[in-house]
Ligand binder design. Structure first.
Ligand code: SF4
Length: 364
C-alpha cells in the first residue's frame, strides 16, 4: 500500500474483522499503549466493531498525561520568573498543575512560547543571550532524540543560556509495571510503532518471554490496528507469546541506531514517577552528568514543590486502564476539553479527550 487512504480501506477492514471473528474463540484483553492509537481506535469505533469478548484497554501512552504534576508545577514556577523564556510543545501549555497552567503564566505576562522543535529553543537562546531560555523536554522515546540533539547543539555552539526541564519516560518499564500489577487483566499488547521506529523491538522480547504475552509492534492507521489486533489474538489462541512486527514499513528490529546513540550520550536512565500511575523503576531519562549544566531543575533550584491533584479526577485509573473516562463523575460535565480538570482531557493523545471528541457517553 502506498497511499494513506489505502490504510483506511473499508473492504480490507471488513475482511480483517471477518478473519478476527473466525480466529477468536475466547475473550481476550489487549492494551494499546500509545495515545495516538487510542484516538484512532475510539474515533473509528474499532473497539465497538471487534468480536464480542475482544476488549481494548487504553494504556498510559499519552506523554503529556504522564508528565508528573510536580514537574508541571516546576515548569510553572520557572516560567513565572523574570528574564525567562519558557518554550514547550503546545500540548503542555494547558495541562493543569496544582494551581494553574502555563497559559495562565503567559496571561500574567510570562514569556511562554510554543515551539515545534527543541532546536527552535536553542535558536531563541542564541538570539537572546540576556535571557534564560528553557525547553520543556517531555515525551517517550520518540521525542528524546530531538531533545538530545538540542542539548548537543547547545553544548557544541556554546549556548549557555539554554536549559531543559527533562521529564522523559520509557515504554518497556511501563509495560512491565502493568503486568506486575496484582489487578492486571491485560493479556497482549500493541506496541507503539513510532517508539519502536526509534528503539527497535529487542527490549520487548524478554518481556514477552517472561510474562508469556504477545507484543505486536503496530502502526496508527485503522488497518494497522485491526491487523495488530488480529496478530495478537492469533498468538493468544495458538498459545504463543512473541514479538511480531505489523509496522514493517517503518520499523526495523534494531530501530534507528543513530537516534539511540544520541539518547544514550545525552541522557541516563532514572526511576520516574508517572502522573496518576506512580513510581516505576528505571522508567525515565534525565540528563547525563556530562550535560548537567543544561538541567533547568538545578539551574533554577526548583527541587521542592508540593503538588495536589484535582480530587474528582481519576486520571490514574484511566492511565492504568482499570477505568474508562465515562466512569468519571466529572467527564463531560465539570471536565471538558475547553475546561479540563486532568491531563487526559487536555492532550491530543489523552483517552478522556478521545472519548469526548468521539461523543462517547455524552448526551448530544
Ligand atoms: S474526565 Fe477529566 S476529571 Fe475525569 S479522569 Fe478524565 S481528565 Fe480527569
Amino acid at each position: 500500500m502506498k497511499h494513506l487512504d489505502e490504510y483506511r480501506d473499508p473492504v480490507l477492514a471488513r475482511r480483517l474483522l471477518t478473519e478476527l471473528r473466525a480466529t477468536a474463540t475466547r475473550p481476550w484483553a489487549l492494551m494499546e499503549v500509545c495515545g495516538g492509537q487510542t484516538h484512532t481506535i475510539v474515533r473509528q469505533g474499532i473497539d465497538e466493531l471487534l468480536p464480542a469478548g475482544i476488549r481494548m484497554v487504553h494504556g498510559p501512552g499519552c506523554p503529556v498525561c504522564v508528565t508528573p504534576l510536580e514537574t508541571v508545577d516546576k515548569a510553572i514556577a520557572i516560567a513565572s520568573r523574570p528574564g525567562v523564556v519558557f518554550t514547550s510543545y503546545g500540548d503542555m501549555l494547558r495541562v493543569p498543575g496544582t494551581t494553574g497552567d502555563l497559559v495562565g503564566v503567559k496571561a500574567r505576562g510570562g514569556d511562554v512560547r510554543v515551539v515545534y522543535t527543541p532546536l527552535d529553543a536553542v535558536r531563541i537562546a542564541r538570539e537572546h543571550p540576556d535571557r534564560e531560555v528553557v525547553f520543556f523536554a517531555v515525551g517517550f522515546e520518540t521525542t528524546a532524540p530531538a531533545n538530545a540533539m538540542a542539548v548537543l547543539e547547545a553544548a557544541r555552539t556554546g549556548v549557555r543560556n539554554f536549559s531543559a526541564l527533562v521529564s522523559h519516560v520509557l515504554v518497556p518499564p511501563a509495560i512491565t509495571a502493568i503486568l506486575d500489577a496484582p489487578d492486571n487483566e491485560v493479556q497482549g499488547f500493541l506496541a507503539a510503532g513510532h517508539v519502536c521506529a526509534v528503539m527497535g523491538w529487542t527490549q520487548y522480547e524478554p518481556i514477552a518471554a517472561r510474562y508469556r504475552v504477545p507484543i505486536v509492534v503496530t502502526g496508527f492507521e485503522p488497518l494497522d490496528l485491526l491487523e495488530g489486533i488480529l496478530l495478537a489474538v492469533r498468538q493468544l489462541e495458538d498459545g504463543r507469546a512473541e514479538v511480531e512486527n505489523q509496522y514493517a514499513r517503518a520499523v526495523r528490529r534494531s530501530g534507528n541506531t543513530a537516534a539511540q546513540d544520541a539518547i544514550g550520550r545525552v541522557f541516563r536512565i532514572i526511576d520516574r514517577t508517572w502522573r496518576g500511575v506512580g513510581p516505576i523503576p528505571a522508567s525515565g531519562l534525565a540528563l547525563a552528568e556530562e550535560f548537567a549544566e543544561f538541567d533547568a531543575e538545578s539551574r533554577f533550584a526548583v527541587g521542592e514543590v508540593t503538588a495536589r491533584e484535582a480530587p474528582e479526577c481519576i486520571a490514574g485509573d484511566i492511565l492504568r486502564g482499570t477505568k474508562l473516562p465515562t466512569d468519571c463523575t466529572a467527564y463531560g460535565r465539570a471536565c471538558t476539553p475547553r475546561n479540563p480538570l486532568g491531563a487526559p482531557m487536555v492532550s491530543s493523545e489523552g483517552t478522556c479527550a478521545a472519548f469526548h471528541n468521539a461523543g462517547r457517553g455524552l448526551e448530544m
